[in-house]
Design a protein around this ligand. Sequence first.
Ligand code: GLN
Ligand code: ZN
Length: 799
Amino acid sequence: MTNPSTFPAATILGYPRIGPHRELKKALDAHWSGAISEQQLLADARKLQDRTVSRLVELGLNAADSSIPADFALYDQVLDTTAALGALPARFADLADADGSVGTAASFILARGHGERPPLELTKWFDTNYHYLVPEIGPETPFTAVAHQLADTIRRHRENGAVLRPVLVGPVTYLLLAKAEDHAPEGFDPLDRIDDAVAAYAGILTQLGDAGADWVQLDEPGLVTDRGGALAAPGGLVERVYRKLADAPRATPGGDGENGGNRGNGRPALLVTTGYGTAGNPEAPGEALAVLAAAGVEAVHADLIRGRLPSASVLADLGSTTFLAGIVDGRNVWRNSLSASLEVLQELQARSGTAVSVGTATSLQHVPHDVGAEDALPAHLPQWLAFADQKVSEVVVLARGLAGGRSAVAAELKEAEDALRERSTFHGVVVPSVRTRLQGLAEDDFVRGPADRRAALQQEHLQLPVLPTTTIGSFPQTGEVRRARAAVRSGSISDADYEQFLKDEIARVVTLQEELGLDVLVHGEPERNDMVQYFAEHLDGFAATSQGWVQSYGSRCTRPSILWGDVVRPAAITVPWTIYAQSLTDRPLKGMLTGPVTILAWSFVRDDQPLGDTAQQVALALRDEIADLEAAGTGIIQVDEPALRELLPLRSNDQAAYLNWSVRSFRLATSGVQDRTQIHTHLCYSEFGEIIGAIDGLDADVTSIEAARSRLEVVADLAGFGFRRGIGPGVYDIHSPRVPSQAEIAALINTALTGIPVSQLWINPDCGLKTRGYEETVQSLRHVVAATEAARAALAVNA
Ligand code: GLN
Ligand code: ZN
């Protein structure tokens, strides 16, 4: 019989929610399209929950001891926390039920908007590619304890004999992730509402205790950032918050029949997790855990993959608080070195005065479900990998090893070590020619001629008008394009037919751009399903999965490639398409590539060498592609880095080192060209100010960025910095089907001209047009060209 007040020996922080066959994604899409009712959606979701629980039991977690997290958000875990708190922004206030609670239909309106009502903003969750819905908090936002849905879920599983551990975003992180509501007074900070939030959390804990939860998990990854870290200092806000939550009386465990567990009138025990880095002061690792323990929290977690190991003195001081060691990576797909991990765990246990449990560093929501579902991976790869299911088994084995010693898990340790040894010596993992080339790099390989000289040579060569117009690369990917791609994959059309289809598509897009009057053309990227996967498929060292879906947000999933070996470009990738497109027009046409940092950010990357080294290998492959494009006569080559900012470390102290290697990899890719060849880059965000120095350091001749939604706020940053290169702040917001009028675009061009010299300014949309339809795109681009022509005429008159 398990003791409900003891924290389980093995657990995970969270599990992929989309389902092994994307069941949840399909049910959500079906519901939103009107094909299935809310009732049916919820029934499908419950079925998937039951499947998850039984799968986790099969993999060795215990259904009766709170080791299985109830991590079942339909759309997003932050949204579910907003719903449990009833924390509706004023513009959604009418969606609340009489008691302040937020039902499923209402939560989808928050997530997706409705009519004129825009949804909550989506933003990246820490330094991952998952996006959460940003809470909007003002002085009047209600905070109530309305966790009925979560409580019902706990009750339902309890009836089936499973005591699950409900999961919520913790109060400090919740408010750190929030933004101030639109009409909040100047200087208002969501954290100003911490006392109200804590009161609501206390109520929620009681509701969950009443429903039969023995433990509740509060995720506080906000404590691994600079700001949240400071709040976790001894005597700080975090201590005050958790003292309040922990002060509420505990429910008497074991109160009800043979399942054990508590029944009512008190809070469950608390687990506080701190994934994605080191909580608190990184120079005093573990201090934040001691603060939580002293406040009365029953179990604390640390990320031992991205974060630092708590110091021995902290561990010795945890007292009766359990230490949950997050030693299995939740963000990458590599098999754990069980033997080394077990050693760390044994040492932790020896050093600490407390119980040590084994867990994952973060939720497993960032990895696919099951390596076993893959049928097309190269034969050597599956043994090296661990997706979510394999990671659960790793946690279970490590817990068994910690309890029973190495001999208790000798076979599993050996299997893991054998696989890892094979991985380290496998031929494609180290390709000597790649290594030799990297070692031979000199500083020269990262540097081009002076930017002014380049600009003059490029202008002489390209003869562009002032305010040159261009697009970011992709044109609308119509149903026809997607169908042709599926047809060639399934073999129902031949490769030759597909190639002809793509050529016709490219010809159509080139003619359209000429007709629109754009100055620098693109081929439209119809051959690419995805800007990273396309390159991964054409480079050695990468493998594609068939079922490896990961949730990006809501029902949106991506299938990252796996970068397992040294990167080699066996043949030119984009050159034939670019040459063909250029052969159709006299205007300059840009070659279009994805940059090294973005290729890494959107793949699962090998963990056996520094990211910067891997980036240089990708950069060399791109450098060769760029050289081939240049040799084939391409005068402008764009290297997209939309993910440059995404990988920016959470701690400011770590940012310089990251920007150094990421910028260098871009320069390695792009510095092999002649001065008269123009290098463009494209970045997909408008909060550009904080890394403007790094963007300048890329040394691209022209940079296009997202700017339309913020009404070109970025112009002030550019002017302040004294940015001297070509720059195209987006004047057409492609994130909605709306067609901007010519006058609107003209106004944005004028704003740009207030801070950017005419000679530097390019006119372009915010991003690629792939997700748009043709009609709106053509109309919008007409307005872009007309507004530019009017601006040129005005400039000529004034001159
Ligand atoms: N060239 C790419 C496109 O136009 C860029 C996409 C992006 O920035 N995400 O689709
Ligand atoms: Zn973009």
